[in-house]
Design a protein around this ligand. Structure first.
Ligand code: PLP
Ligand code: COI
Length: 354
């Protein structure tokens, strides 16, 4: 298959919206840059990607995305260093995971160079949109959806891949309170939990709304079979620190193989932090909170970076975590963001210069 992106068509926006944006008060993912990358799958092949002005898309009411939810996405960030150089963090891992999700959702896999070359070209055009202030970055959302038509419940024959970008601040604005969920499940064995499929998130909204009504930000999912084991949160993997040991659950077909999670495990090893990758029971976390051995709990993800959890709720009781300004979360966040923003050596080779 011809996968050269050398002739990538670029149609520039006539005017820029950049002066309308308050870069000092950026929410997460709510203003969008001037351009987007669009690539269509038709007649059994991906066409060459194009860059065009950011704009609404038109779809037929029978487009399969609306009826059968055939859609997948990725989440990544571009960081600007002090010298205005733009960096990505492990972007090929996102590309590979997009194709893992694609396979599970019967979506045709995208050529890696369409993803990588298209992304780099788009970022070169949107360079001025990448914030430099602490904690801010350009959030990048690559996604594929079934744009082919028909009510027949079968995979579409046409797909659209888009990359849209949003200059963004922190995902969580304050302390993160989570509720350990025992009734609803995010995913099941043999299901699609390991894919970044849109429906995985839609299915979380109702139980999360119930948790938000009780004052929590996110749900921590437990395994669908017994609800005895901690799996992950709505938009991040979960780590706990009991005494000095950092623990995270193993990935499975129910859990997203987070890029932040696997990077943290590498850094923890490098830092000499004792860590375990093993199943974590809810009961051991509750017991550890009661006897004071639960020192930290945090979420890890591209949007969330490393977000310390201040409280977890379980069966109508709230358990507060101690404040640990010099804890593992702070230490690991510094290590990872120093690599991302090109403030330190990159001994693992994760940084990618745009
Ligand atoms: N788990 C879920 C359900 C997520 O949506 C995310 C976010 O992408 C993560 C974990 C963390 O993954 P990553 O670190 O690759 O962003
Ligand atoms: C990310 O961290 O990039 C995600 O995809 C989480 C998202 C649901 C905001």
């Amino acid at each position: 298959m011809e996968t050269s992106t050398k002739n990538l068509k670029v149609q520039k926006a006539k005017t820029s919206k950049i002066n309308e944006v308050d870069f000092d008060n950026l929410a997460f993912g709510s203003v969008f840059t001037d351009h987007m990358l669009v690539c269509k799958y038709k007649n059994g092949a991906w066409e060459l990607p194009e860059i065009k002005p950011y704009q609404p898309i038109t779809l037929d009411p029978s487009a399969k995305i609306f009826h059968y939810g055939q859609s997948i996405f990725e989440g990544m960030k571009a960081y600007k260093d002090e010298k205005d150089i733009v960096w990505l963090f492990r972007p090929l891992d996102n590309c590979k995971r997009l194709n893992v999700s694609a396979k599970r959702m019967a979506i045709p896999e995208l050529p890696e160079d369409y993803f990588m070359d298209g992304l780099v070209e788009l970022l070169n055009l949107e360079k001025d949109w990448i914030p430099q202030s602490a904690g801010s970055s350009l959030y990048i959302r690559p996604f594929i959806f079934a744009s082919g038509n028909g009510f027949h419940a079968s995979p579409a024959d046409e797909y659209t891949f888009i990359i849209a970008c949003a200059p963004s601040g922190a995902y969580f604005s304050g302390k993160v309170k989570v509720l350990i969920e025992e009734k609803y499940s995010r995913s099941a064995n043999g299901g699609v939990g390991y894919a970044k499929a849109g429906g995985n998130y839609a299915g979380q909204f109702y139980p999360t709304q119930l948790a938000v009504e009780k004052g929590y930000n996110q749900v921590i999912w437990t395994d669908d079979n017994t609800h005895e084991y901690i799996e992950e949160a709505g938009a991040m993997n979960i780590f706990v620190r009991i005494n000095d040991t950092l623990i995270t659950g193993p990935t499975s077909d129910r859990i997203l193989d987070g890029i932040t999670r696997k990077s943290i495990l590498k850094i923890a090893k490098d830092e000499g932090i004792p860590f375990q990758v093993r199943k974590i029971t809810v009961i051991e976390v509750v017991e550890a909170a009661k006897d004071g051995s639960l020192k930290e709990m945090f979420g890890a993800g591209t949007a969330a970076v490393i977000s310390p959890i201040s409280t977890f709720g379980y069966r109508d009781t709230d358990y507060d975590l101690p404040e640990m300004p010099e804890g593992y979360a702070t230490r690991l966040k510094k290590r990872i963001t120093d690599i991302q923003y090109n403030r330190s050596e990159d001994k693992f080779g994760w940084r990618y210069k745009v």
